[in-house]
Design a protein around this ligand. Structure first.
Ligand SMILES: C[S@@+](CC[C@H](N)C(=O)[O-])C[C@H]1O[C@@H](n2cnc3c(N)ncnc32)[C@H](O)[C@@H]1O
Length: 232
């Protein structure tokens, strides 16, 4: 077995600590016992969240990148192998800007979630902030998943993300800046707590809000077998 370099091990220590902060930031907003962590990466957030609240947490990503035990599902990046409304809450943390089609991923998250989405996104407010975001995100995340993580290209402003969420009928319940003061010198993670509207509720533009038809649920093993990612 190949040993990891000291630098790679240090990176994992940092990521695990960072994930604990993410878990603390999202824990008060998680609703219900069935939670999906979409774009879970190493699954450190699920590990930390289990210590903070009792929940059945399933991680999903486009490959098996888990470094912690627990249910983990690899999928093709387009269609989640879960039934409609199978989760009470879904986390999408620092992930949408890494997706080749963020709208499609959000749509799938909406389909499999019954009540609440919790999204954390790295946003920028100026050209300088965008410069740092691109530089640091590329440097740090380029080292993850053995260098296989897709480059983040879809950075947006807070208003642009909010417009996307509202266009899907989501109600913004809360926004927060969870980063530490030192982090916010160069990185601005913004937390959106988003609720699905009940069936038939009209959105502010008069259209009918998106609703899921709950069909099934996720067992503690997510109801599907974890599989290896196909080669890309
Ligand atoms: C910066 S990492 C965030 C990992 C974890 N959520 C966290 O906060 O530590 C972004 C993750 O998005 C995943 N990703 C990229 N495209 C995706 C897609 N279409 N669906 C789900 N996850 C995706 C990547 O594989 C990567 O693990």
């Amino acid at each position: 077995m190949r040993r990891e370099s000291a630098g790679a091990r240090l990176l994992q220590v940092f990521l695990r600590r960072y994930a604990r902060r993410e878990a603390r930031a999202v824990a008060p907003f998680v609703l219900g016992p069935r939670v999906l962590d979409l774009g879970a990466g190493e699954a450190y957030v699920a590990e930390a969240l289990r210590e903070l609240r009792p929940a059945s947490i399933c991680s999903a990503d486009v490959g098996v990148f888990a470094r912690t035990p627990g249910p983990y599902v690899a999928y093709d990046g387009w269609r989640l192998p879960f039934s409609d409304g199978g989760f009470d809450s879904t986390l999408i943390l620092l992930t949408l800007h890494h997706c080749s089609a963020p709208e499609a991923v959000l749509g799938e998250a909406l389909r499999v979630t019954r009540r609440r989405l919790i999204v954390m996104e790295s946003v920028y407010r100026s050209r300088m902030e965008r410069f740092w975001l691109e530089l640091l995100d590329g440097r740090l995340n380029g080292l993850r998943h053995c260098g296989r993580m897709g480059v983040a290209e879809r950075f947006r402003t807070a208003d642009e993300w909010q417009a996307l969420f509202e266009s899907r009928g989501l109600r913004v319940v809360e926004t927060r800046w969870p980063g530490a003061w030192w982090e916010r010198l160069v990185h601005h993670p913004l937390l959106f707590v988003l609720d699905k509207r009940p069936a038939g509720v009209l959105d502010s533009r008069g259209g009918t809000a998106w609703t899921a038809t709950p069909r099934g649920s996720c067992s503690s093993s997510c109801g599907v077998a974890t599989r290896r990612p196909s080669r890309r």
